[in-house]
Design a protein around this ligand. Structure first.
Ligand SMILES: [Zn+2]
Length: 124
């Protein structure tokens, strides 16, 4: 049962930590009592991805460059969900992109064929 009066507030769990759904009471069955009280919120729900802002079962820390040497900036650290982590490594082509790629390849082949034809006629 969901209590409409209880707000779910995305909360940064600690400095440079992941975002997590927090609430003052057990909103849904996914919420569990948290060991600490953060801003009067004692129940923790799902983690929230820094990139797609979707609630996730778990988020993974990503070190995006080591440029922030002073340690005060939270920039450069992302907490990403599983699909965003995978998306970073391997971006799947859409069917449209795939079509464009094959068309480009076909055009290249045609150009090459035309070139060899020209060479042959010039040679004879
Ligand atoms: Zn994500």
């Amino acid at each position: 049962m969901i209590e409409a009066s209880v707000k779910i507030i995305p909360t940064r769990m600690w400095q440079r930590g992941p975002l997590r759904q927090m609430a003052a009471s057990k909103v849904t069955s996914t919420f569990i009592p948290y060991t600490r009280t953060i801003n009067d919120l004692t129940f923790a729900g799902r983690y929230i991805c820094d990139r797609c802002t979707e609630p996730s079962q778990g988020v993974y820390r990503q070190n995006v460059g080591e440029m922030s040497g002073n340690g005060h900036s939270s920039e450069g650290i992302d907490w990403l969900c599983d699909s965003c982590v995978k998306g970073r490594i391997r971006v799947p082509l859409t069917s449209e992109q795939r079509q464009t790629a094959s068309m480009r390849l076909a055009g290249l082949r045609a150009k090459r064929a035309a070139l060899s034809l020209t060479l042959m006629s010039a040679g004879s």
